[in-house]
Design a protein around this ligand. Structure first.
Ligand code: 8YV
Length: 323
């Protein structure tokens, strides 16, 4: 299949696709063979030479949530018309820079909700029931010497969801099965959802045993989970499957260290792949490397949706799931 060059870009040349370096290998294979995409070199020195040769011919940029598209790359591509993102979050794409030039941006909503919600539940159950910590206890050979301390029951507890979008709702549906008292915070109440809306996030934190962060990242939600919110969560757990930027990480580390918080399950961090070293010392913190959507079928579905966006843009100048 040849997907280049079918739609007009205002000139007589085919549309050209640029891929950011180090995308998922299955995506790279498709972009290479079916879209004849060229790849941005990884190093700044190579990049400068590459851009001086190709920049003026690029119409579409393909990237991922982890890699993003900062203002410098957007500015360096004068003919760029669309950015196709593999990921539902687009906080790593400079939307202001894109909008200023009417560059369309797509993401991959809907196809990863179940997968990310599964991980959120896994982290919740792990922090309440200390599965990872108890596993380490057994591996250290401590079981014959002492009984593992009692812990908090998860079923029947009170959980607050921050951001009741698609992923938040997928988490809530799972929580229902555990008899959880489900509360949520979002900018406005979600109609007909049956969960308790709490308009003040500090109030929400004070009312629940655990907060699950599933709101979108970006400037609007930066440090929404502030020190004040974390202080109100006293004795409770924080689970974050959204973005590290949504949480005041410094306060989180401090309140975990002092025992003010009972524990945390964290898939995302402020400066990935860097994780605050202090967390490594804490047995009540479960740390995973941003694996919310990292299953074979979900990543395949994300790639598929990104390629549908690309195909549609090349053929008709329209994205399927624009942000
Ligand atoms: C991935 C994600 O880490 O979709 C998102 O926003 O955070 C994750 O699914 C990433 O974007 C995959 O490229």
């Amino acid at each position: 299949m040849q997907n280049t060059g079918t739609a007009s870009n205002g000139g007589d040349r085919p549309r050209r696709v640029l891929q950011m370096p180090a995308l998922h290998p299955a995506l790279v294979a498709k972009l290479d063979t079916e879209f004849h995409a060229i790849t941005l070199p990884a190093t700044p020195a190579e990049r400068a030479t590459f851009l001086s040769e190709h920049a003026g011919a690029i119409d579409v940029l393909v990237t991922s949530g982890g890699i993003g598209a900062q203002a410098d790359i957007i500015h360096s591509l004068p003919e760029l018309r669309a950015i196709v993102n593999v990921g539902v979050g687009f906080d790593s794409i400079d939307l202001d820079a894109a909008r200023a030039r009417q560059i369309a941006v797509s993401n991959t909503p809907g196809v990863l909700d179940d997968c990310v919600a599964d991980l959120a539940l896994g982290l919740l159950i792990d922090v309440f029931r200390q599965i990872s910590a108890a596993d380490r206890f057994v591996r250290r050979g401590e079981w014959p010497g002492e009984e593992y301390p009692l812990m908090m029951q998860f079923s029947g507890s009170r959980v607050g969801i921050v951001g009741l979008g698609r992923i938040g709702r997928a988490i809530a549906r799972r929580l229902e099965a555990f008899g959880i008292d489900i509360m949520y915070y979002s900018r406005r109440p979600v109609e007909d959802c049956g969960y308790t809306y709490v308009a003040d996030i500090v109030d929400l934190a004070g009312r629940c045993n655990a907060l699950v962060v599933s709101t979108a990242g970006g400037p609007d939600s930066r440090q929404l989970i502030s020190r004040k919110v974390l202080e109100a969560l006293a004795g409770g757990f924080l689970v974050n499957i959204s973005r590290g930027s949504v949480v005041d990480e410094e306060a989180l580390v401090e309140l975990l260290q002092t025992g003010h918080l009972a524990g945390a399950g964290l898939d995302v961090f402020e400066r990935e792949p860097q994780v605050p070293k202090a967390l490594f010392e804490l047995d009540n913190v479960v740390i995973v490397p941003h694996i919310g959507s990292a299953t074979h079928n979900t990543r395949a579905a994300m790639i598929e949706l990104a390629l549908q966006n690309l195909t549609s843009y090349l053929a008709e100048g329209k994205l399927v799931t624009p942000v």
